[in-house]
Structure formats: C-alpha cells, structure tokens
Design a protein around this ligand. Structure first.
Ligand SMILES: Nc1ncnc2c1ncn2[C@@H]1O[C@H](COP(=O)(O)OP(=O)(O)O)[C@@H](O)[C@H]1O
Ligand SMILES: [Mg+2]
Length: 531
C-alpha cells in the first residue's frame, strides 16, 4: 500500500466516523481489497439534504436503494419507494442468503441478519395488487397534468386558465370526465361568453387539449384520477415496535405509462410539502422518498415544470423529507436539482460509445477532487460497488470513497405473490381507498339538469338549488357526505343537451359575476386541500 493510499484510507476512516444516528453503506475498497475498518456511513440527519443513486443498468442501484430503505425502517424512519420493475417487494421477505452474500458480508466484517421489513403495497389506480391510489384532477393541477398530456407551453397555460375557471365557479374537477365536461362547455356555443371572459384561452387550443384528454382517457387513464384521493400523510407511519413503514408503490403494471407515474410521484411530493409542518434540520428525516427512473420525470419537461420540481426539492428539505433520485447518469437530472443532491452513490458507468465517454466525463466533474482517478474507477467498479460521497454531520462533503456495499437483509427480487396479497388484504389503508367514489362534481353539475329527481340530492343539485344559483350566481355546494356511487360510462351527448338548456346558460352567466371559492394553488398548481 502506498502512503497516498494509506492517507486516503485514514481520511475515509475519519470522514465517515459519525457520532449521531446513521446508516452503514459498506466499507472502502483499496487495491481490490475491502478494508473492513474503513466503514462508509451516511448520517440520518443529512438525509433531508437529498441524494442521487446513479449507474448503468445492472450495477446495483435498486439493491442500494433496498439496503438504505431497510436501515431507515429499522431506525424508525418511514420510506416511500417507487418499485418500477417489481424487484423491491422482496423487502417484506427475509433474505434466504447465498454464497455471494456470505462472502460479501464476511469481507465487510459486518453483522448480517436475514430480516423482513414492514411494507405497505400500493398500486396506481388499482393497476396491480396493492391498495389503489388516485388523485383528483383538481388536486393534480394544470402543470402536472400538462406534463402527463404532453402539452406545449401555450397549451399548458391555457389548461391553467381552464382550472382557474373551474376553481372560480366551484366546479370540482375530480376525474377526467369532469375536466372534459368543463372544456367541452367552454368550446361550445353556449360557453362563448365564458371563454371570452377567460382571455388568453383560444377555442382551438381548448379543442386540442380536449382531444389530448380523450386520447389519454382512451389509454385507460381514467383509473388514476378520482376519489378517494390518496392522503400523503399516510406515507408517514411507524409500526407499534417503532419501525418505519416502507411504502412500496408497485409500478410494473403501468410501465408503459412512465410519464404518468413519474408525474404522479411528483404529485405525492407536492402533497407532502403542503401537508407537513416545518421542522428545520431534524436529527433524522420524517420520510425518505426514493424516486426511481427519475430521468422519465425530466425528459421533455416544460420550463414551468422543471422550475416547480427544483422548488419542491429545495423546499421539502425543511419539512424533514429526503428525496433520493435514482437514474443512470447525473446528466439525467437538471442542474438546478442536481446541485441540491448532497449525498451521492455512483455505481459503475459504461464507456463504450463517445456518448458514454461524455457522460462519464460529466459525472466525474460533479465530484469533489480526490486521490482517485475517477474516470478509471467508475468504469472498473464491480456490481454492488460504488463511489460514495455524502454530507457529514456538519454538512461538509465527505472524502470520496470507493465502497463495497452491504448486501440487503431482505430478499433481492420480488416477494411471493401470496405474501403481497396477504399484506394487501390485511392493510389498514385498504378500507379507506379500495372502493372508487364518483361524487357530485363538474360533470354531474354540468349534466345535472337532465338527472332524474330520484337520483337523490347527493347526486347533483336540485332544481331549487339550481334556480337559486341562477339568481344568486353561486353554485350549490355538494352534499356533505354524498352517497358513494360506482362509476358508470356516460354519454357525451347528455352534456350537449344540458349546455343548450336556457336554465343552464343563465346559471353559468350569473355564476360568472360572483367569485365563488377559488382554490388556492401552490407549487405545480396543485390544489391546497381544504381539510
Ligand atoms: N449490494 C449488493 N449486494 C449483493 N448483491 C448485489 C448488490 N448490488 C447488486 N447486487 C447484484 O446485482 C444485481 C443487479 O442489481 P440491481 O440493483 O438490480 O441493478 P440496477 O438497479 O442498477 O439495474 C442484483 O440482482 C444482485 O444480484
Ligand atoms: Mg434497478
């Protein structure tokens, strides 16, 4: 060992010796050998300074996420993770072990006890085994929805006007058909006045948005929007014995809708931001949020969207939430976000093509200087090895360390389907979210005139309410506890008949003179919940 290498190892020993609570990533590698007493750790108190786990496919990113999640749970920190490939459900099953794991752990000289962790399984819109999660269109807001629909900047701001209109009129946009109903009204002859009043929203742009929405719905997207809306506070739970609950959002069934699920993850973050109180810099995070396949979030994103992501990541830190992006290269993450990711675990990168070489160079340039030839090391790293630098307890970057990572104590790969099913069946969240609701909302209100009276007051405003609305210019509030109804396919033509009716027109016109209860929107234009 050269004296340079010896001093580098000393720097690692000292640089990663933390007093407070921390997790253990592994130990330093030197000259191809693991150095068990050069332990590489990550302080819990710095996890809200966010992080990046990067590397080529198959280099160990998902497993790194798994071993971090395990230790966070054991330390009582709740974890959220997006399981894109379905290989993280193994967290609920103790590892059966194998020779490779035994030799890895004996090399590290660290304790290893097969363990299953408390996992809550969710699925997006019920596509998968997990408890279904949904968002209302109103809460999702125009910026995120534009991203999902692939709208350009002009169309995005036009969609913003549509939300503004619906917010002002107190027209709840719960599901996609609500939004369609409102836009359809605006592009109809009867909606001309309203459209004019909105300024900046052209009939042709509204038409384009409407067509996009219909295509989107045809792809089966209806299931992801509506009620009951997921309450992000349900991500922050611990078990009776003090372990953090790991919430695993299963995404394999919606892998063909990457923009939808990545945007949905961003919505969850925005929700957390709104719900949580300021905590400053706590000794351990309230929640750590792992954002896998993060490149999908940023690809083709509008400026407004990127600015909002940057802001959300910056602000959520003070709520004690850590966000770890998982992606192939740091280049996948925009500058403004990357600059905020204080903790780095960089797995091997390939250097086959000139493109690869460029990405490698860019990655190296984002690291603090060190005794390593990083461009060399990054292409030499074995599976489950990484170049690590984190923030010390004082918030300064730790020395760059070539690290052999621990093996997870739970199963690498998927848990048995029966285990996941049993976990979902006994989930405490299931009664809250399993059944889809179809409450009185914009669609029903815009079609209410044709509803039969026996539909009950909960299904829509009564005639008397509508008349009062026409007179006072205020929309009737939905019933407090509306009876849940199962969603049914409805005919568009109903709406056309309604908007042609004089009563409806007069109601809309007069409603326009009174500002109802406009919804306040925060970052991303997501709606502030009125809880
Ligand atoms: N820390 C580790 N300990 C043990 N095995 C690992 C570790 N990291 C990766 N592996 C092995 O490498 C395989 C690929 O890792 P994975 O995390 O799925 O790669 P990625 O997510 O980067 O595509 C795993 O299935 C596992 O067999
Ligand atoms: Mg992976």
């Amino acid at each position: 060992m050269s004296s340079d290498a010896a001093s580098q190892l000393d720097a690692i020993r000292q640089g990663y010796a933390f007093e407070g609570p921390h997790i253990v990533l592994g130990a330093a590698v030197d000259g191809g050998e693991v150095v068990p007493d050069a332990v590489v750790r990550l302080p819990l108190g710095q996890m809200n300074r966010h992080g990046l786990v990067a590397g080529a496919t198959g280099t160990g990113k998902t497993v790194t996420l798994q071993l971090m999640a395990e230790q966070l749970s054991a330390a009582g920190v709740p974890v959220f993770l997006a399981d894109v490939k379905g290989d993280l459900s193994g967290l609920a099953t103790p590892s059966p072990g194998n020779d490779k794991i035994t030799s890895r752990m004996s090399g590290l000289g660290q304790e290893w006890v097969p363990t299953g962790y408390p996992v809550e399984f969710l699925s997006l819109g019920g596509h998968g085994t997990g408890v279904p999660v949904r968002a209302t269109v109103t809460a999702f807001g125009p910026v995120l929805l534009s991203k999902v629909l692939g709208l350009n900047d002009t169309q995005e701001s036009s969609l913003g006007l549509v939300f503004h209109y619906a917010d002002k009129r107190g027209l709840p946009l719960l599901d996609l058909k609500d939004l369609r109903a409102v836009i359809q009204h605006l592009v109809s002859d009867e909606g001309q006045e309203d459209l004019k009043g909105l300024g900046g929203l052209s009939r042709s742009t509204a038409g384009v948005i409407l067509r996009q929405l219909i295509t989107f719905a045809d792809q089966g997207a209806e299931d992801f929007f509506g009620e009951p809306e997921f309450d992000a506070a349900d991500l922050i739970r611990t078990t009776e014995d003090g372990r953090g609950v790991i919430t695993c959002l299963e995404l394999p069934a919606v892998r063909d809708k990457p923009v939808l699920f990545s945007t949905f993850l961003m919505w969850l973050l925005a929700e957390l931001f709104q719900d949580l109180p300021e905590v400053g810099d706590p000794d351990k995070p309230k929640l750590v949020f792992f954002f896998d396949e993060a490149h999908l979030l940023f690809r083709d994103a509008s400026k407004a969207f990127l600015t909002a992501v940057e802001q959300a990541v910056r602000l959520i830190r003070s709520k004690g939430v850590g966000v770890f992006f998982v992606t192939q290269t740091p280049k996948d993450v925009p500058e403004g976000v990357l600059a905020q990711l204080g903790n780095r675990v960089q797995h091997a990168l390939r250097a086959f093509t000139p493109e690869d070489a460029k990405a490698l160079k860019a990655t190296v340039s984002t690291y603090p200087t060190s005794g390593y030839d990083l461009a060399q090391v990054l292409t030499q790293l074995g599976t489950g090895e990484a170049v690590v630098t984190v923030l010390s307890e004082r918030g300064a970057p730790t020395p760059v360390a070539w690290t052999m990572l621990r093996a997870p104590q739970s199963l690498m790969g998927a848990s048995e389907a029966s285990l996941v099913e049993a976990a979902v069946a006994s989930s405490t969240l299931r009664p809250k979210y399993a059944e889809l609701l179809d409450r009185d909302s914009a669609y029903e209100r815009l079609t209410a005139r044709l509803d039969q009276p026996e539909e009950s007051a909960a299904a829509g405003p009564t005639d008397a309410e509508l008349e009062r609305a026409a007179r006072d210019g205020a929309w009737p509030e939905p019933a407090k506890e509306p009876a849940p109804r199962r969603a049914e396919p409805e005919e568009e033509s109903l709406l056309e008949k309604v908007v042609e009716s004089p009563a409806f027109r007069s109601m809309l016109r007069s409603a326009g003179t009174v500002i109802g209860r406009e919804i306040t929107r925060s970052i991303f234009g997501t709606a502030k919940r009125r809880r």
